[in-house]
Design a protein around this ligand. Structure first.
Ligand code: SAM
Ligand code: SF4
Length: 337
């Protein structure tokens, strides 16, 4: 049973800088079956399950957001597919009326869930893949599962979820030698391959890991063009889209970069993040979070959540912040990438 349905007049959630907040990312779990080096330490301690919201509670939160003009939801984590009931959760989000429900996954459990996700109405899928080399994959993710992820990507291309987005975190000296090989995938498959600039969000507090591995989106584009020829820029349908997208001539797919570090897209940020333990993060560049669990669990949750949402919108930072080189208090897996 979802939160009590209260009739409210629709006012678009907008922050103090007039940015419309219409995109919600829900981290359904902080747990993961991988241990990617850029995302979490190998010995990460996951939250006690008693602190985690139920999927029904997350739906109540989503419903409150929908009433304030949030139209898009991304289901993420940790690894969303390790959370039992997540396919049902996607179906419920669609039933609530979100126009765009998407998921980001590491792909390990995707193949067996593809039919369910398509039937549930998932609109699109992003699959993370940082390398095409199985040994390197095992080094980066600390798990030896390249083939299973690759097979899932190939299977997803055969479903209505095609074209799929493939996300790679760029790391100097680790996978930057594969920029051209990864870009070549777009010549062969209807794939949107995007390199993401690495952010200091892996729990490495002195920042040395981050500094030694960082490589900018600009350099990635230059190296892709040197290897494969000119890229033609594509104008995004969604002005808030974070990726700068390009195409090689005649390619069925696209190639792009996401540059949260070198060219942050804060001025057009429309995002809110709900963590699995019930906090709203209005901004990835700060440690700001606003607890919403009590509101969700209150006797009249929708108005209580609305109040917290407006409070969060008021404190969403202005554009122009830069990421410190030290890691944040929470890892990417805890916030929900
Ligand atoms: N487990 C899923 C996955 O890996 O796709 C979803 C959660 S993961 C936190 C979401 C996205 O964040 C992934 O594309 C991942 O590559 C990206 N990510 C994780 N840590 C990052 C970091 N330090 N900098 C940039 N992107 C990061
Ligand atoms: Fe897990 Fe995704 Fe983080 Fe990798 S990036 S450790 S798959 S949550």
């Amino acid at each position: 049973m979802l939160g009590k349905r209260t009739k409210v007049s629709m006012t678009q959630l907008t922050d103090s800088f007039d940015r419309k907040m219409d995109y919600l990312r829900i981290s359904v779990t902080d747990r993961c079956n991988f241990r990617c080096q850029y995302c979490m330490p190998e010995d990460i301690k996951f939250q006690d399950k008693s602190h985690i919201l139920t999927l029904e509670e997350m739906l109540t939160f989503a419903e409150a957001c929908l009433q304030l003009g949030v139209t898009k939801v991304r289901v993420t984590g940790g690894e969303p597919l390790v959370r039992r009931g997540v396919v049902w959760f996607v179906e419920q989000l669609k039933a609530l009326g979100f126009s765009d429900v998407t998921m980001t996954t590491n792909g390990f459990l995707l193949k067996e869930n593809l039919d369910g996700l398509v039937e549930a109405g998932l609109d699109r899928i992003n699959i993370s893949l940082d390398t095409l080399q199985p040994e390197k994959f095992a080094f980066i993710t600390r798990r030896n599962h390249f083939q299973k992820v690759w097979d899932a990507i190939m299977a997803a291309l055969e479903t209505p979820l095609s074209p799929v987005k493939v996300n790679a975190v760029a790391m100097r000296g680790v996978n930057d030698d594969e920029i051209v090989e990864m870009a070549k995938l777009t010549l062969k498959y209807p794939m949107h391959v995007r390199f993401i600039e690495m952010m200091p969000l892996n729990g490495d507090t002195d920042g040395s890991h981050f500094r030694s591995l960082f490589i900018s989106g600009r350099e990635i584009l230059k190296r892709a063009q040197e290897g494969l020829g000119d890229l033609v820029e594509i104008q995004p349908d969604d002005p808030a889209a974070p990726a700068d997208e390009f195409k090689f001539e005649g390619a069925p797919g696209t190639f792009g970069v996401i540059t949260p570090v070198s060219e942050p897209f804060c001025a057009r940020c429309s995002r809110l993040r709900l963590t699995a333990d019930g906090k709203i993060h209005p901004c990835l560049l700060t440690d700001l979070d606003v607890p919403v669990k009590d509101a969700i669990r209150s006797s009249d949750p929708i108005p209580a959540i609305h109040e917290v949402l407006w409070q969060t919108a008021r404190i969403k930072p202005a554009a122009g912040l830069t990421l410190p080189e030290r890691s944040r208090n929470r890892t990417m897996s805890q916030i929900g990438g």
